[in-house]
Design a protein around this ligand. Structure first.
Ligand SMILES: *Cc1c(COP(=O)(O)O)cnc(C)c1O
Length: 364
């Protein structure tokens, strides 16, 4: 007998998720280009809805999140009955794993996929298997090869964090066609609002014709990261499971009110996308022909790879940027120690990033 309560072994195997840093070692607050937040803040309409909600703090929220699900349905052309909401898409991923994965089961993700998938898998008692990638891009054949009789969920971030790469609709269809009908395919479209690629489809078409596909989305990357709101679109039988499992008031009323206003503020979402596309293109273009490689990104960040030569490594770039008051994301925990993930910030912040990295490169 133990002298204290002991958690399940699979919980103790979890490597805790490391959020992007926001302070230098000396405690100085830095411009945070490490967490893929909105550089333009929140929608002014969402802020107004948030303020107006202050008189309701003593009341329980609408557990069914009716107004929010209806607003999402109206904007995206979806049946609100097939939309579920959660405290961030993190909660949705956790609950899907709890519902469909148990001890001895496997989930599958691609090698450089989002690091929350192994956490939610372990939390449910399962094991997360990683399929190799080619040039930092999910590989449909490798994923299908890695499926076993124990596979219960395939998690695919599309486009992916931290690589920025994506699979077109044809590739996603091919992945889906290769999966048994009892395997749940979770298409995590956290960055859908930022994608420009014409052959991309977030997952709505596939959910509409399949019984084993869910598309997850989030408000975190479009200005409401602090409020923790995510949503998903899926088949009715999965909504039924989700609604049994979730807490009855899992998304608070302030978050619901602000998210409802945010999804309706399509002009703000369009402004964010336009800003992001412009800054992302400029960053990639200005960093060409230098000592680093940028990976093509459909997201609100750019993964940049550095070399081994002293003075030009990822660690050197990280420190130089920090001296300028900018913090970006180191990639050791993703197994990409030569890379930095640079979130798209304001115009001034991006100028400073480009200038700093160009100066570093020119010193060679
Ligand atoms: C940021 C992110 C999420 C969203 O997480 P929230 O819990 O909604 O803040 C989900 N998936 C990926 C791939 C992400 O990068």
């Amino acid at each position: 007998m133990s002298d204290k309560p002991i958690a399940h072994r699979s919980i103790m195997d979890i490597a805790a998720y490391m959020p992007g840093k926001s302070k230098s070692p000396s405690g100085q607050a830095l411009a945070k280009l490490s967490a893929n937040e909105s550089p333009l803040g929140a929608s002014p309409k969402a802020i107004e809805a948030y303020r107006n909600y202050a008189t309701h703090l003593a009341e329980y929220p609408d557990g069914g999140a009716t107004a929010l699900r209806e607003a999402i349905g109206a904007v995206h052309g979806l049946d609100p009955a097939r939309i579920g909401v959660g405290a961030g898409s993190d909660e949705i991923l956790h609950l899907l794993a709890q519902a469909y994965v148990g001890p001895g089961d496997e989930t599958l993700m691609s090698q450089y996929g989002f690091l929350v998938y192994p956490i939610v898998t372990n939390a449910a008692g399962g094991t997360c298997v990683k399929a190799p990638e080619k040039d930092l891009k999910a590989d449909v054949d490798a994923l299908l090869d890695a499926v076993t009789e124990k596979t219960k969920i395939v998690f695919l971030a599309n486009p992916n964090n931290p690589t920025g790469s994506y699979l077109g609709e044809d590739q996603i269809d091919r992945l889906h066609q290769g999966l048994r009908p009892d395997i749940l395919l979770v298409l995590d479209a956290a960055y859908a609002e930022y994608v420009n690629a014409p052959d991309y489809e977030a997952g709505i078409n596939l959910v509409n014709r399949a019984d084993n596909v869910v598309m997850t989305r989030t408000f975190s990357k479009i200005g409401l990261a602090n409020l923790r709101v995510g949503w998903f679109y899926g088949p009715a039988h999965i909504l039924d499971v989700y609604n049994r499992l979730r807490g009855p008031f899992n998304v608070n009323g302030i978050a619901q009110a602000a998210a409802t206003a945010a999804v309706q503020d399509e002009a703000f979402t369009a402004e964010l996308k336009a800003h992001n596309s412009k800054m992302r293109d400029e960053l990639v273009e200005r960093l060409q022909s230098n000592r680093f490689k940028t990976y093509p990104s459909q997201c609100n960040f750019v993964l940049t790879e550095f070399g081994d030569e002293a003075g030009f490594t990822a660690a050197d770039a990280f420190n130089l940027l920090m001296e300028k008051g900018l913090i970006v994301r180191e990639m050791h925990s993703y197994g990409l120690p030569n890379c930095l993930r640079i979130s798209i910030g304001t115009e001034a912040q991006m100028k400073l990033v480009i200038q700093t990295l160009q100066e570093m490169s020119d010193h060679g």
